[in-house]
Design a protein around this ligand. Structure first.
Ligand code: ADP
Length: 292
């Protein structure tokens, strides 16, 4: 599908990696990664912890210079200032100093981005930070803390966004709201959004860049990742005769479902049969299968 660029987009956006080797102090993390993107969309950068997702983002953001190979943003080497100008990188460890108030931090970022009070107020409103804006960062809960750097990326529109696990550690409701905001932002932009959870990834986008041990494991459609098996463990009482006690791992009864969407139905059926459920957890992540 071809998308029309919005009037704010001055030039076509693109990312190019050509046989990129990148890492820290000569230690290779990314090892010969090549792909190119010129179609605006959300690309989910998927991979288990330690795969090299953050290293990929740092290389694209110009923080790490490739040891060898080419990394380009809009046709410019990623470490040049010109390349960085149209790119926003949200690191998974972004925050603001504990002794700073939310409003002061956003005004500070607003100055860097050369935007006015209106844009700062809009970002505060988008992330529902009105009641928190006069609080110090140290006074916020973990979930509230995450919303502040996310608000920063809404101050000024960029062409390319690199978002490193922007919804990790958030409760599902807030995570969903933030994903929706990001999807709105992503219209006619290139957004790379990293995640180590395939099911979260499905909520975000259909294009996948899968990284495994520093190599490109897959570049394509998320639907091509097979998820035949979704296995949950259920900790429960009064389950005799309902759940199979021969199929247990520790205190967990093992059950195979079609996917996470089947969990509520399974829970209500078990409850209707008098089972007292204490916990339901994912026992296997299909990503592990993909990256075996
Ligand atoms: P991911 O984001 O997929 O979890 P990372 O890119 O953070 O993976 O890490 C990939 C590898 O690079 C890991 O083995 C990690 O230990 C290593 N690494 C990450 N940051 C540094 C650093 N600053 N110095 C040295 N090694 C690092």
């Amino acid at each position: 599908m071809t998308m029309q660029p919005s009037p704010e987009v001055q030039s076509p956006q693109s990312i190019l990696l050509d046989n990129v080797v990148s890492g820290y102090y000569g230690k290779k993390v990314l090892d010969g990664v090549s792909f190119s993107i010129d179609k605006p969309s959300v690309y989910v950068v998927l991979g288990p912890n330690g795969a090299g997702k953050t290293t990929l983002f740092r290389t694209l953001a110009g923080i790490l210079k490739p040891i060898s190979g080419r990394a380009e943003i809009n046709g410019l080497p990623s470490e040049t200032q010109e390349a960085r100008k149209n790119l926003d990188y949200l690191s998974h460890i972004d925050g603001i100093p504990d002794g700073m108030k939310v409003i002061d931090a956003l005004r500070f970022y607003g100055k860097i981005e050369s935007v006015g009070e209106d844009d700062v107020a809009r970002a505060i409103n988008l992330l529902a930070l009105e009641e928190l804006q006069l609080k110090y960062f140290s006074q916020l809960s973990q979930g509230q803390k995450k919303r502040v750097p996310v608000a920063r990326i809404f101050l000024r529109k960029k062409q390319i966004y690199l978002l490193d696990e922007p919804t990790s550690n958030l409760d599902p409701k807030v995570a969903k709201e933030i994903r929706e905001l990001i999807l709105g932002l992503a219209k006619d932009r290139i957004v790379l959004y990293s995640s180590h959870n395939l099911y979260e990834a499905r909520e975000i986008g259909n294009e996948v860049i899968a990284i495994s041990q520093g190599k490109l494991a897959m570049f394509g459609e998320i639907d091509d990742i097979k998820t035949q098996k979704y296995v949950v463990g259920i900790k429960a009482f009064d389950a005799e005769g309902v759940l199979d006690s021969n199929n247990k791992e520790g205190p967990y009864y093992i059950m195979e479902l079609g996917g996470p969407d089947d969990v509520p139905k399974m829970v209500s059926e078990l409850v209707a049969k008098g089972v007292k459920i204490r916990e339901v957890k994912e026992m296997q992540n299909p990503l592990e299968e993909l990256f075996k």
